[in-house]
Design a protein around this ligand. Structure first.
Ligand code: ADP
Ligand code: MG
Length: 237
């Protein structure tokens, strides 16, 4: 267990309610395909390099396939066997819709019972922060119920990212949660990709957003970003 991870006091209502013994992290996104799994895998791999054991799981996954699922990618990065999602749907639709069409209802109690509640863990949510898991349950509800030490908010680093960050921050604030902002470069980056991080700081919305460049997981640039993210979480950045 790294000293940096062990030395922090909890601060209620903050993404830095950190990490006296083990990191307990929920990764949320401004949408689907924004880089949640990419960033999660990079972070988990970085924590492993630091000697921090962490279980990485995807409790709800639509568009699920046995091979190269998010659950599998997370497990490979974390170095443990794959946990099949508690709710896995082949159909690539909003979780609540995929569940309904499969004749299933996603229940918060089931999700909480399935997720690890001790040791270090990282949970990747399905879709966007406000994506419905059922008619009465969203990823925001699920995130709050997990009482994580840290929330990581992944946003595609392109034009529109400022809105996406602010909208998610305001939604999280309704549950007294804040998030470490991560900007992940999409395949179709644009001019705003170069300036979003600076603008977030100037607007006072995110003093330190972490930028993940468009690069493979084992690329040194990705590893440097993951290291920056781990530092930001452990320092309460
Ligand atoms: N910064 C990045 N560099 C390289 N590839 C990325 C990056 N962010 C996302 N990707 C890739 O884009 C696709 C969608 O990202 P993913 O992490 O699966 O999104 P999400 O989990 O939010 O749905 C995946 O193939 C992923 O590997
Ligand atoms: Mg994913």
């Amino acid at each position: 267990m790294g000293v940096a991870w062990a030395s922090l006091e909890p601060r209620c209502g903050s993404h830095v309610k950190m990490l006296r013994e083990s990191p307990c992290i929920v990764v949320v996104g401004a949408g689907t395909g924004v880089g949640k799994t990419h960033v999660s895998c990079a972070l988990v791999a970085e924590l492993r390099r630091r000697g921090v054991a962490i279980e990485a799981r995807k409790p709800v996954e639509s568009g699920y396939a046995d091979v190269e699922s998010d659950a599998e990618r997370l497990a490979m990065a974390a170095g443990h066997a794959t946990f099949r999602p508690r709710y896995a749907f082949v159909e690539a639709a909003s979780p609540h819709r995929a569940a309904r069409r499969a004749g299933v209802r996603i229940e918060l109690t089931e999700l909480l019972a399935w997720c690890p509640r001790s040791g270090g863990w990282l949970i990747e949510t399905a879709g966007g922060l406000l994506s419905p898991l059922s008619e009465s349950l969203s990823n925001l509800d699920f995130t709050a119920a997990l009482e994580p030490a840290a929330v990581v908010l992944v946003v595609a680093n392109r034009l529109g990212a400022l809105h996406d960050v602010r909208a998610c921050q305001l939604a999280l604030a309704t549950r007294e949660l804040t998030a470490q902002v991560v900007l992940s470069e999409p395949a179709n980056g644009d001019e705003a990709t170069l300036t979003n991080s600076e603008e977030l700081a100037q607007l006072g919305w995110a003093a330190t957003s972490i930028e993940f460049p468009r690069a493979f997981l084992d690329d040194s640039k990705t590893k440097a970003a993951a290291s920056g993210l781990a530092d930001a979480l452990s320092q309460g950045g």
